[in-house]
Write a protein that binds this ligand. Structure first.
Ligand SMILES: [Zn+2]
Length: 443
């Protein structure tokens, strides 16, 4: 997306010229040929735009322009020529082709009409907020957070408190604050949530849309206090750090950094995390840090250990070097620097040097690290973001372990985990880990 700026500038310029041209005919005081201008939503599948014209207006050409408001590096508004066939115009945006934006997203549209004399008229921009009307949502708010839920009276306040505490910790420990208000939609079950997102994995329990500042989670009331509260903090951290470290030049964060920060943001480490770290030290079970730059182990204890080790690494960096350097690291990565180069620039050591220093700090056995590391990440490749795609890979729906195969994502993503299906988790006597993730993908 190196060309983001030129594209955007061009767009602005063209838009300005266009409006100048439009201003002439409408200034002549013609009667308004539009009798009705509306939209009907069929969330999450489609939206139908309808325009009813005065038959005497002799409109011969119509173009519909629409987009969904979001924080993106690229303008992506759609312009669609719509057949003028009588006085009623209609066009349906089928979201199954693009992925659907989450509830709470604001869709805007404008029509540009041309009559037989070549006069043009643009309708004022109109907006509509996408809603998932299947449920009787209640809403509560705190500064920076709006939480919507419908099942279990205690669930909303409980998770709002968790969100506020999580944001406070992110600010206190990392100096990173939410840039825009976040919307949390707490569905009563993972099934309910999945029906709001087209093509979501059938085991997903949560998903974050960072471009829309929106997180969807399926939280049955009976696990709200435990899994729900930790997961809210984890996902919010991904969202906030994704905002802070957003890159329009294809910058990435290593997985251990994304997940370590998110686990850190859950609050005090749980018993499982502490046990992992103890075992990592006592039994020499830690993975080479470089191997945690990319995908985490897919299954079992190794996955849980990867999260715990990531937490320990982030805890080390924050404890020994402080929040300012962490912020600088995130911004340096967002500028497109590689992992080794960014660490070297900020801390004076590369990924291997970090591992050596961290092992020494926590009294873990030292590891012989071969020289000449091969970078895991080649030049970052910008990825086009399909309209409406979730910015995050789904979170598994249970509190059970979250094995992950997180692809390396552009840093504008929160993080992406591929998690094993719930059915597979059922038979595992995994320690309960409140990990899950959302992020990542679908871009
Ligand atoms: Zn995560």
């Amino acid at each position: 997306m190196r060309y983001a700026l030129p594209v955007k500038n061009k767009h602005i310029l063209l838009t300005a010229l266009f409006w100048l041209l439009l201003a002439v005919p409408t200034a002549q005081g013609q009667s308004d040929p539009i009798l009705r201008n509306e939209i009907s939503l069929n969330f999450p599948n489609d939206a139908t735009f309808r325009l009813e014209l005065d038959p005497d207006a002799a409109i011969i050409d119509a173009v519909l322009t629409y987009d969904v408001e979001r924080a993106s590096c690229l303008e992506a508004e759609a312009q669609v020529p719509v057949d003028v066939n009588g006085a009623a115009l209609e066009w349906t945006w089928v979201m199954s082709r693009s992925g659907n934006p989450p509830p709470g997203a604001v869709l805007w549209w404008e029509w540009t009409l041309t009559d037989a004399d070549g006069n043009q008229l643009a309708t004022p921009r109109q907006t509509v907020t996408l809603t998932d009307d299947r449920f009787p949502w209640q809403t509560i708010e705190a500064e920076g957070v709006r939480l919507h839920w419908y099942r279990g009276d205690e669930v909303g306040p409980l998770l709002l408190d968790a969100a506020v505490a999580g944001l406070a910790q992110l600010e206190a420990d990392m100096g990173i604050v939410l840039q825009n208000e976040v919307n949390l939609f707490i569905y009563g079950s993972a099934e309910d949530m999945r029906e709001a997102v087209l093509y979501i994995q059938d085991w997903a329990g949560g998903v974050a849309f960072s471009e829309y500042n929106t997180i969807l989670m399926g939280v049955p009331p009976n696990i709200a206090a435990d899994w729900g509260t930790r997961t809210v903090r984890h996902e919010l951290a991904h969202l906030v750090i994704g905002q802070f470290g957003q890159s329009c030049v294809g910058g990435h964060r290593p997985t251990w950094l994304n997940e370590g920060l998110a686990v850190y943001a859950e609050g005090e480490p749980d018993a499982g995390t502490l046990a992992d770290i103890e075992s990592g030290i006592a039994d020499n079970r830690f993975e080479p840090v470089r191997s945690l730059n990319g995908a985490f182990p897919a299954h079992g204890d190794a996955a849980g250990m990867a999260y715990s080790q990531s937490y320990s690494l982030v805890n080390y960096l924050l404890t020994y070097y402080g929040e300012a350097k962490m912020q600088t690291l995130l911004l340096t990565l967002a500028d497109g620097h590689g992992y080794d180069a960014a660490l070297e620039q900020v801390y004076g050591f590369n990924v291997d040097g970090l591992e050596t220093a961290w092992r020494a700090a926590i009294n873990a056995p030292s590891r012989q690290i071969p020289p000449t590391p091969t970078p895991l990440v080649a030049a970052a490749v910008p990825t086009a973001v399909p309209l409406g795609a979730p910015v995050s890979l789904p979170t598994p729906e249970t509190a059970a372990a979250a094995p992950s195969a997180e692809p390396e994502r552009p840093s504008s993503d929160i993080c992406g985990l591929g998690l094993i299906p719930l059915a597979l988790l059922g038979g595992l006597s995994w320690r309960k880990r409140n990990e899950e993730d959302t992020k990542g993908n679908a871009e």
